[in-house]
Ligand binder design. Structure first.
Ligand code: FHN
Length: 469
């Protein structure tokens, strides 16, 4: 009996007893590391929230719905049923030619290595050409927007991720009454169409996912969204079947943990800070803090913080709370220093164009990454629990020091670093620096002025494996 047959049999047995349903059948830790390697090295991705809500731009009946918070939720905010919402939104959703190429260029220029975009958000509108829905881009616009976006991303050498909402405010069999915690515009109202059969919605959901994973070539990430403690997993989405379908279509794919909302799946509560620093791979490959950076790293757990440039994921013409370049770049450094990925969002307008402020912010990050990218890509978490003047990332025997607060006395101490430095230099321009190992740690002599007011990177090549006391 060949090894292969033995493997297949053991997988069947394990599958039968539900042990490995969500995880990759028979995947070894080394296999998992190989599958996750590009994602761990990437550290920085671009998120895109775009759909019918983008044309409404946070306005309903000519009035701002709100000046902050997610305007991709506008249908729920105004409690509109799907027909009323669609009638208002569709005329304002007018993707212009070449919009996707502009996104891909912005991502590439910013130094992002992957892009995760909304194939369907909670409003239920599908951006691809779906055979099981008429609430899709092909029926409404005679275009396959997913095809256009995927091709543009590939042309720039970017990895492709699909954000797919399992919540659906359009499908008339979605049983919204089964969750008190999940949002729905008709929440609390009886089903206008009498009884609903959620299994019919799930068949539709699985068919749409099957289409997305069968028609557009290799897909690198599946970003599900989202579940509640009172409605999640196999009960709510037939989650293990959905993960198995996804892995069977895209064996190398990486999935987040949002088909579930349990501690073993990386959740301790509802709310954006409700994540827990543990994840059984059966529930996904990485956990997803939202709008929040963990205080400390989470050794052994893959994680990715997603964040907005202002306060909304979907475009709003009323939200001007744009984060500064300093905040955005220091967030990226902070997250990388804690061993995580940063998924930074843009919310294009109804025609697909990207707000100038977003283009400017992504460009500013790109300018910093052009000089300092090696101190982010392919690095691992800091060796130091706390550095008063900035952050650090590691790559083998190289330690990168990201200085936020340049010392007035031009002397920088790396506390507790006992390993001798073979060489130290400013990353920008390569100016060598004097480095001395002392009882307090490594002491560096710096020039008077910081090369970069936001974060100046110093590269220290150690003369041995790093030792920090
Ligand atoms: O409800 C969504 C929200 O609209 C947005 O998509 C974020 C992005 O992570 N996820 C949900 C809120 O947690």
């Amino acid at each position: 009996m060949t090894r292969r047959v033995l493997m297949a049999q053991s997988v069947m047995i394990l599958a039968a007893c539900g042990v490995i349903v969500g995880a990759v059948a028979g995947e070894t830790p080394a296999g998992r590391d190989a599958r996750m390697a590009w994602w761990r090295d990437a550290r920085f991705g671009m998120f895109v929230h775009w759909g019918l809500y983008s044309g409404l731009a946070g306005t309903w009946d000519g009035k701002p719905v709100a000046t902050s918070g997610g305007m991709e939720w506008i249908q729920e905010r105004v409690k509109a049923d799907t027909d009323t919402y669609a009638k208002r939104a569709i005329p304002l959703f007018t993707p212009r030619p070449g919009f996707a190429r502009e996104w891909a260029r912005i991502a590439k220029d910013a130094g992002a290595r992957y892009v995760v975009f909304t194939t369907k958000h909670h409003d239920g509108f599908a951006l691809h050409d779906s055979a099981v829905s008429e609430y899709d881009a092909a029926s409404v616009l005679h275009r396959d927007l997913v095809k256009e976006i995927v091709e543009a991303l590939r042309a720039e050498g970017l990895r492709v991720g699909f954000y797919h909402s399992v919540i659906d405010w359009h499908h008339d069999q979605y049983e919204y009454g089964r969750s008190r915690q999940l949002p729905h515009p008709l929440k609390g109202q009886p089903y206008k169409n009498g009884t609903r059969d959620h299994q019919q919605y799930l068949a539709y959901l699985h068919q749409e996912v099957n289409e997305l994973l069968s028609k557009y070539g290799p897909v690198d990430i599946m970003w599900w969204d989202y579940s509640a403690q009172d409605f999640q997993g196999q009960e709510a989405w037939r989650a293990f079947d959905l993960m198995q379908l996804t892995r069977s279509k895209q064996p190398g794919i990486i999935m987040n943990n949002r088909l579930f909302r349990t501690p073993e799946a990386g959740w301790k509560s509802m709310g954006t800070e409700g994540y827990a620093a543990s994840l059984d791979p059966k529930y996904g490959d990485f956990i997803t803090p939202e709008q929040h950076i963990p205080d400390t790293g989470m050794p052994g757990v893959d994680w990715e913080t997603c964040m907005t440039l202002n306060t909304t994921w979907g475009y709003s013409e009323h939200d001007h709370a744009w984060k500064s370049d300093e905040t955005l770049i220091r967030n990226l450094v902070d997250i990388a220093s804690k061993g995580g990925n940063y998924l930074l969002n843009i919310g294009p307008k109804g025609d697909g164009s990207v707000p100038d402020e977003s283009v400017r912010s992504m460009h500013a990050i790109g300018a910093w990454m052009t000089v300092n990218g090696e101190a982010i890509y392919g690095t691992r978490a800091s060796l130091f629990s706390r550095l008063t003047w900035g952050r650090s990332t590691t790559k083998g025997r190289t330690v990168y020091l990201h200085v936020f607060d340049w010392p007035a006395d031009s002397t920088l101490t790396v506390p507790g670093l006992m390993t001798r430095a073979k060489a130290a230099r400013l990353l920008a321009g390569g100016v060598p620096l004097e480095a001395t190992t002392t009882a307090a740690g490594l002491v560096l002599k710096l020039p008077a002025r910081a090369p970069d007011p936001i974060a100046s990177v110093i590269t220290v090549e150690l003369d041995g494996a790093p030792t920090v006391k």
